[in-house]
Each structure stands twice: as structure tokens, then as C-alpha cells.
Write a protein that binds this ligand. Sequence first.
Ligand code: ZN
Length: 383
Amino acid sequence: MAFLQKLLKPSRPAAEKDLAEVQDFAKSIGGPDKLSPWDFAFYSEKLKEQKFKFSEEELRPYFKLENVIDGVFEHARKLFGLKFVKANDYPTYHEDVMTYEVYDEASNDFIGLFYADFFPRDSKRGGAWMTTFYEQGLFEGKVMRPHVSIVCNFTKPTNDKPSLLTFMEVQTLFHEFGHSLHGLLSQCKYRSLAGTNVLWDFVELPSQVLENWTLEKESLDMFAKHYETGELMPKELAQKIKDSSKFLAGYSSLRQLNFATVDMKWHTTLPEDIGAIDEFETEATRETTLFDKIPGTNFSCAFSHIFAGGYSSGYYSYKWAEVLDADAFEMFKEKGLFDEAVAKSFKENILMRGGTEHPMELYKKFRGREPDPDALLRRDGLI
Ligand SMILES: [Zn+2]
């Protein structure tokens, strides 16, 4: 609760400013005098288009799938000394699935097997995720290397048209690849404590931290080349991506704090102290809502994350994971995006250790101190 309160302080006024900006803009283009919650997404998207003057479609030509894959492998090489070697003789469940042997570049030690299943099929679930077919660790008396997979749903290339990703898909690939590194680099004894088998609010650190590189021109220059002309993404376009990433940061932050706070209050209040559900929710969200309550609505009743999805009293972990990744990435920003010592420390203290020690201890070994929530507020432009 102290953590949520700390974020609330700067988020609330920033969110009020965001709402006022969208409200003024909506009025200026003939929208309603007073926005309702269901108007917000529409008018904020219009404002975003007008403010940053670029569309997702403009970015696509710079994100040919093959180039982005090479880019993500190059990040793994520069940061963690990994080499991905295409291998064709492993059995797969579908011909689209690609396999790579992963080696440590310096020692040539075998690190693991990496599967990539990128394209949609009729029988395939939507979305993107990382999974393991075989976790690193003890198996029949021997410590074995892992088999890790990422699954996505990117447009499949055809003979005359390559697969061109949106920026969000590029971030998705980096995100799932970050989880994969957590699985691949694991050096643990027991599988139940290896790789991504960590406490809930720590598992998104390796994935989210990797997304940060996609906002940096130095990184984009490693792979964001126009698929026809080969030219690098122009500086102005890269800057727009970065600027637009802070758009409505206050509003988004307050929205997550609203969910996190009501979750925490439901799960920390004695049942006998809870009267009417509606009153409880109204009271619990007093500081974190901007719109007037609509009579007859109550989102607690539909909040499946916390009553059916396993996030009970853990919704805060969305914001906490952002703190971890923002604070970790600040260290790279301070010392260099590909600084050898920082990357080595991240690899040895976080990526290799799975859940063999408490996350706070692992983090402190990497960062030299506890994570600083201000790092997130700085990144979002809220302080
Ligand atoms: Zn994730």
C-alpha cells in the first residue's frame, strides 16, 4: 500500500491533466462537452494521431520479421555473449516452427535449444507467450540444458510480400525473448527453481527490461532497416516512437493503481468489515478514479483477474515489475546500453539464478541496492 501511495502522488495530478487535454481536444473536434469513460479511448487515439503525426503503418517497412529476429539475437550476443545457430534436424510439431541451437560465444558451451513458432494457424491460440518443453535442471541424475520456445502470431510472409511487424509486435518479440533468455541462461540444480520459476512479481523483469532497448536509436540502428531500400529508420521517426511512449502515462498509471488498490483492499479487509459491495468499491477507489460513478455499475464484480485469475492481492505486481525493469534499465542508461559489466551482472545475478534466492536479494546483488520506484516515474515523465 505504501508503494501504491507513492506512485499515486504524482500519477493523480498527471492523470487529471491528461483527461483535461483529451477533454479539450474532444470538444474542439465536435465531441461531447463532458467525456464519459467509454469516450476516452476513441478521443485519446485521435489526439495521439494528431500530436505525433505518424501511424503504425509508417513504421512497418522498417520491421521486417527476419531483420527483427536478427536484431534480437544480436542483442543477446552483445549483452550476454550468446550465439544462435539455425538447426534444421530437430523434430517439430509443425513445419513453421524454427529451431536454433544456442551456444555461449566465448566457451562454445551448449546453452539450450530455442524454438520459434511465429505464424498463426487455424488451430493455434492467439497472442504471444514463452514456454518450455524441457526445463533446465536435474533430470534422471543429470543436470540438463533447457528447450525453450516462443509462440507468436505475426503475419506470415508470402513469396512477394515479407512479414512486416508493427512496433507493438517488435516489443512483443523482445518481451517474449526476454522470458526465453531467463529460461535458457538458467544455471540451477532443481527444475522447480530454474529459469522462470520465480515469485510472481519478479517474473516480468527479464521480459520487460528487454523492451526498453526497442526505444533506443542505438538499438533500432542494429535492425530497423527499410525492407526495400535498406536505409536506417530516420532519427525523427525513432524520436516520435520514444515521445509517444509517454503519451497519457499519468492516466494509464492511475488506471492501474485503481485496479491494484481495490484488489489490495478487498484482500486485506476482514470479511465482517465489508458491508455492501458497491459502497466498499466506491470508498476503496475514491482517490484513484477520475470519472463519476455510473449508477448500477460495479467493476469488482467483473474483475476476473483478482477473483478468478490468480492475481488476488497481486495486481500491484504489474506496477512493481515496471519499477524493476525501469530501475534496471537506468543502470544500462548510466553505464552504456551494452555495457559489459552491467550485462554480466544482470546475467549472473538475475538470468542464471531462477528462484534459488529471494528476488530482493538477487536484485540487490545486481543493482547494489533495492529497486527505486522513482525510476518508473522518471521514465513515464511523471517526475
Ligand atoms: Zn511476460
